[in-house]
Write a protein that binds this ligand. Structure first.
Ligand SMILES: C[S@@+](CC[C@H](N)C(=O)[O-])C[C@H]1O[C@@H](n2cnc3c(N)ncnc32)[C@H](O)[C@@H]1O
Length: 383
């Protein structure tokens, strides 16, 4: 047995033991598709202890246990800053990841959650390296798979290993938020980039009874995997599946630049009982807060030795600054809307309803209202 075959079999076994690889057809796909072929261009590894994160390249011929790492249960970053690939640099780079091969346990968990059946047509959003596309091709046949990637270079790089493995899915370059009408209708839509709101196009292009699976998140970076069933009346509804899943956001859903900071010394100050742990810790509370202020971004700043947690909604021109004072917290807010007031009210309602976990929330998408998220007993929240 070759090294890569042995590593692949071991990965399949580990994913099965971990409970994310549950069915024989997906196990066969994991054992057949050579992930390393989709990572021949190398990947970036994180330098420990760096903030912002520094990345250095790991290349197939450069040591660094490239082959073993290709079969570890790790997400492997393959592009940073929108254009830079591992072969481009020698040293280190400190820029945000923009494409990756998702960690295999998450890839297979999502494929299992997609509940495909023989003969299904699938639309994938976010081709990336092409590894998950290849798994879909192995399971369903390449004639049943369409994969959309926004980045032409990334899509082009995925085509080569797909072809070398004998798969010829339809690869489309474009904004996957529009779906791919020419190939519709689909039985399943799966997104391997996150979204703020589920695009109506995905619902429109899915057959009644079909499924849309994607991670819904926001700019406070709490997100969750949602599975929606599509109904005959053009609406869709479903649940979050749990597990605190996060993905890089679809490029059109990335937050705008912060620009010039407002005068954070202006506005009105008061005490608040809700501390910034909400923004830095508790995942579900942060998700709930994000529903109340969907366009707000969070930054931390240290001024004169005191750390401040800041929420800014660039479009609305609104902001809130939390500062530690006398063992408690104050909030100073400015702009046309009071961001922290909205967060406090939303979190209070959620707590009054028993602080339900995310896997009890419902998500619906309708042509009239767009996406609506609600927890059991809770009022409706656009998100
Ligand atoms: C996590 S990676 C995909 C992982 C991939 N499925 C794999 O197995 O390698 C997310 C990808 O989504 C792509 N992407 C981001 N926004 C997109 C959009 N609006 N439409 C299509 N693809 C998008 C990114 O360029 C990136 O390649």
């Amino acid at each position: 047995m070759r090294d890569d075959e042995r590593l692949r079999a071991r990965l399949g076994e580990r994913l099965r033991e971990a409970g994310c690889l549950c069915t024989a057809p997906w196990r066969a796909a994991v054992e057949a598709v050579p992930r390393h072929e989709f990572l021949r261009g190398g990947f970036f590894e994180q330098l420990p202890g760096t903030l912002p994160t520094a990345w250095r390249p790991v290349l197939p011929d450069g040591g660094g246990r490239w082959l073993e790492r290709c079969y570890a249960d790790e997400s492997l970053v393959t592009q940073v800053a929108g254009t830079v690939v591992p072969g481009d640099i020698r040293g280190e780079i400190m820029r945000a990841p923009t494409s990756s091969s998702t960690m295999p346990s998450l890839v297979v968990r999502m494929l299992e959650e997609l509940r495909v059946e023989d003969g299904h047509r699938v639309l994938e959003i976010g081709t990336g390296t092409g590894y998950s596309t290849a798994l879909l091709c192995h399971r369903l046949g390449d004639g049943s798979v369409v994969s959309v990637e926004v980045d032409r270079e990334v899509s082009g790089r995925a085509a080569a290993p797909l072809g070398a493995c004998g798969y010829q899915p339809e690869l489309v370059v474009g904004d996957g938020l529009a779906g791919h009408r020419d190939g519709a209708p689909y039985d399943r839509v799966i997104a391997t980039c996150g979204v703020l709101t589920m695009p109506g196009s995905w619902i429109d292009q899915t057959k009644p009874g079909g499924i849309v699976l994607a991670t819904v998140g926001g700019w406070l970076y709490a997100s969750e995997l949602a599975r929606l069933s599509v109904h005959g009346d053009g609406t869709a509804s479903g649940r979050f599946l749990g597990g605190q899943i996060s993905f890089m956001l679809a490029r059109p859903h990335l937050p705008p630049p912060l620009g010039l900071l407002p005068d954070l010394g202006s506005g009105e100050e008061r005490r608040t009982t809700l501390g910034p742990n909400l923004l830095t810790g508790d995942w579900t509370a942060r998700f709930v807060a994000q529903l109340a202020v969907p366009r707000a971004q969070h930054i931390s700043m240290t001024i004169e030795g005191r750390t401040q947690q800041i929420l800014i909604d660039v479009e609305a021109g609104a902001w809130a600054v939390l500062t530690e004072a006398d063992g408690g917290w104050t909030v100073r807010q400015g702009g046309p809307v009071r961001l922290w007031d909205a967060v406090e009210a939303q979190v209070a309602r959620w707590r009054a309803d028993g602080a339900p976990a995310l896997d009890r929330f419902e998500i619906t998408v309708t042509p009239d209202e767009g996406q609506v998220i609600r927890w059991p007993g809770g009022r409706r929240s656009r998100g």
